[in-house]
Every structure is written in structure tokens, then in C-alpha cells.
Design a binder for this molecule. Structure first.
Ligand code: PHE
Length: 337
């Protein structure tokens, strides 16, 4: 009797291990037949109870039934485990939380660029584009920067070949547009620009929107009117602008355009360093010298141009302290806008 009990315990242990370690459902089924099938080992031992003396049968019978029940439970657990593994390997784990679809959005630079273009389009400008790798001729020469002239130093250029560089501003598009179009010309040209500059307000790659108007009887009042309309539409209805004398080889006279400080509104604060004004863009009346490069008659037409820093406009409008945030690709930053 005790030997039958011992055998039942030993075979049960073996069966539990076999079920637990079966690598797939097929191996598990084979193990089930081997231990619990009609000719299986545990089944056989239960039958063996019948050949024991009568007084020993109840105890042995109980032990055999209990062993079968325990083995059956181990089998069920093994089946469940293999089945979840199988659905998981099919990528069908129904216990995982659902996958959220990420909603994308425009990068803050793209968004600012479309906001700027949107304002000028409403004022009657057409959007055009030019190449980012530019020739010395379009980036400097035809914009009235003579070769070896110190005014070229203002532009920390990145040359990529002989007389070939990454454009330092979008102004070359002025020349390219005038070559292609006859006045009246009302264009804006958004795009990437490059300079050897890198600090918290300068990035070696940045963005500008160029504006050019060449038409009959265009005056500086038109320049101021258009830029003032832009400032109120883009920043806030109350945003004032002011023009300060400046110099660019391709405009005469030239003006730096400031907007009233976005933080204090003009009373003076830390952002505007107490002045009440923030520098926004460069502008001026198109220097008649340019017209001879593109075959326009300076007696017939006049115009104005401006170049606006998109990154700077975004920083002012959205209150960014560091331009690098725009280029780090950190979603925690970008998702705020
Ligand atoms: N191209 C000038 C710059 O990048 C800006 C500018 C554009 C000034 C058009 C006048 C007219 O600094």
C-alpha cells in the first residue's frame, strides 16, 4: 500500500513538471495522454487501487483521485499559459491598454511661418521661394554688396564652394523674382537661411520671410503702412511699430523696424532692456542700383523691401527664452503650442 502511495506521489510530481515545461500545446497534449489519458500512468495507478486489500482501498483511492485532480489543475494552468503566450506573440494581448494614436501638429516654426505669410497674403502679396544654396551673385553682388566690401562682414557666411554659399538671408529672392517678373511685384519669400552664429538668440540655421514691393509711386509711407498692418495682425491689435535709421547695401534709405515690447507694451521692462521697444526686422526702399541688375527703369518704378526673422518673431510672440528649444525636437516643449 505505502509503495502505491509513494508511486502516485512520484508520478504526480513528474506529471506536474512535464506539464509546466511543455514548450507548446502539442507537447502538452502528448504529456496529458501520457499521464492522464485512458492508458496514462496516473490513470493506471488509480486502477491499481482495485487490486489492493479492501481495507486499504479507501485511503489509496482518495490519494489517487487527489493526484488526478492536482495533475488536471497543473495541466489547465499550462494550457492557459501557452495560449496567452501564443496570442501575445501574434501581437494580440487583449490585456494590454489600447494604443493611442498620436495627433501631430505643425512645428512652431512652420506655424509661425504660415501665420506670417497668411497676413501678407491678405495684403495682396504672393508667396515665392528660392534656393538655399546660393551663388555669390544673388546673395551679394546683385544686392549691391561689391566684392571685398566690408558690408559683407555683417553676414557670417557659410561657403560650400567657390562663389557658392548657404544663403545668409532671403534677399537673393528679391533679385530672382525681379528677373522673372515685370512690375508690379508684390511678393514674400519664406525660407531657411544660414550664418556662422550660435547662441541663445542665434542658430546657424534660421528662418526669414522676405518681402518685396516694386510698383509705381511706392513710398516709405507704404512701407510703414504695410509693416504696421502686419504687426497689429500678427502680434496684437495694439502693437505699435517705429522705424530707426539703419544701413543695408540693397536699400536706401534703410530702416530697422521695432515693435512695442510684447511684455510691457512700451513702458520698459527686462525683456526690452528698459527701452520699451524690440527689434523685429530690417527694411528700406529698394536701392535703385538693384534695378540695373534686373533691367527695371528706376524712373518708372520704386519699391520697398523687408526681411523678417521668423525664429525671432516666434520667440517674441510665444515668449521663448532660448532659440534652441525650437531645434531640439523635444515633444514636451513642442506640444505646448
Ligand atoms: N536681408 C537683411 C538681413 O538679413 C534684411 C533686409 C531685407 C533688410 C530686406 C532690408 C530689406 O539682415
Amino acid at each position: 500500500m505505502s509503495s502505491l502511495l509513494e508511486e502516485i506521489a512520484a508520478v504526480l510530481k513528474e506529471a506536474q513538471i512535464a506539464f509546466r515545461e511543455a514548450l507548446d500545446l502539442k507537447a502538452l497534449e502528448n504529456a496529458r495522454v501520457f499521464y492522464l489519458g485512458s492508458k496514462g500512468r496516473l490513470t493506471g495507478l488509480s486502477r491499481g487501487v482495485g487490486s489492493l486489500p479492501v481495507e486499504e482501498r479507501p485511503k489509496a483511492g482518495q490519494a489517487a483521485n487527489a493526484a488526478q485532480a492536482v495533475a488536471k489543475k497543473a495541466l489547465d494552468e499550462a494550457i492557459a499559459k501557452l495560449e496567452t503566450a501564443k496570442t501575445r506573440s501574434l501581437g494580440l494581448d487583449v490585456t494590454l491598454p489600447g494604443r493611442r494614436r498620436q495627433v501631430g501638429r505643425d512645428h512652431l516654426i512652420s506655424r509661425t511661418m504660415s501665420e506670417i505669410c497668411g497676413v501678407f497674403e491678405k495684403l495682396g502679396f504672393t508667396v515665392v521661394e528660392g534656393p538655399e544654396v546660393e551663388t555669390d551673385y544673388y546673395n551679394f553682388e546683385a544686392l549691391n554688396f561689391p566684392a571685398d566690401h566690408p558690408s559683407r562682414d555683417m553676414q557670417e557666411s557659410l561657403f560650400v564652394g567657390d562663389k557658392l554659399l548657404l544663403r545668409t538671408h532671403t534677399s537673393p529672392v528679391q533679385i530672382r523674382s525681379m528677373e522673372k517678373l515685370k512690375p508690379p511685384v508684390w511678393i514674400i519669400a519664406p525660407g531657411k537661411t544660414y550664418r556662422r552664429d550660435d547662441d541663445i538668440t542665434h542658430s546657424p540655421m534660421f528662418h526669414q520671410v522676405e518681402g518685396l514691393v516694386v510698383d509705381k509711386n511706392v513710398t516709405m509711407a507704404d512701407l510703414k503702412g504695410v509693416l504696421s498692418a502686419f504687426a497689429t495682425a500678427f502680434f496684437s491689435p495694439k502693437t505699435a511699430i517705429r522705424l530707426r535709421p539703419s544701413f543695408f547695401p540693397f536699400t536706401e534709405p534703410s530702416a530697422e523696424v521695432d515693435i512695442a515690447c510684447v511684455l510691457c507694451g512700451g513702458s520698459g521692462c527686462r525683456l526690452c532692456k528698459g527701452s520699451g521697444w524690440l527689434e523685429l526686422l530690417g527694411s528700406g526702399m529698394v536701392d535703385p542700383a538693384l534695378y540695373k541688375f534686373v533691367g527695371y527703369d528706376p524712373q518708372e518704378v520704386s519699391g520697398f523691401a523687408f526681411g523678417l526673422g521668423v525664429d525671432r518673431a516666434a520667440m517674441l510672440k510665444y515668449g521663448l527664452a532660448n532659440i534652441r528649444h525650437l531645434y531640439e525636437g523635444d515633444l514636451r516643449f513642442l506640444e505646448q503650442f
